[in-house]
Design a protein around this ligand. Structure first.
Ligand code: SF4
Ligand code: SF4
Length: 111
């Protein structure tokens, strides 16, 4: 499991961060796990409920934001509409890669 996490982290290292990240309003989450089945990168974790003898009761879920790619599928399919897409501050702070910047149309030169 730890190796899997390392592999994901290494794979994400050179990618631009997503503009949006999923966020679960745990007050509204029923723990139905529907969102988990749609997440393509398996980054939604179950948070057990308070009773250790029945951890599935009142469980919720939480997004592992380091791995979220912002695809919105979980928010789209949550039957309780309790997942929201929020701006990722890391995306705004990350400069465009050189290749993307070079592909931008050059400013019109005059003179
Ligand atoms: S689909 Fe919605 S209600 Fe169900 S576990 Fe996910 S966030 Fe909670
Ligand atoms: S937005 Fe996509 S990647 Fe992120 S938690 Fe939801 S389904 Fe997973």
């Amino acid at each position: 499991m730890a190796d899997d996490t390392k592999t994901k982290a290494a794979a994400n290292k050179n990618k631009r961060p997503p503009k949006l990240l999923a966020w679960v309003d745990e007050e509204g989450c029923t723990g139905c796990e529907a969102c988990i089945s749609f997440c393509p990168v398996d980054c939604i974790a179950v948070i057990p409920g308070p009773d250790p003898d029945n951890a599935a009761f009142a469980q919720t879920v939480r997004i592992v934001t380091e791995d979220c790619i912002g695809c919105k599928l979980c928010a789209q399919y949550c039957p309780w509409e309790t997942i929201f897409m929020v701006k990722n501050p890391a995306a705004a702070a990350t400069p465009k890669p050189a290749a993307a910047a070079a592909a931008q149309p050059a400013e019109a030169k005059t003179g």
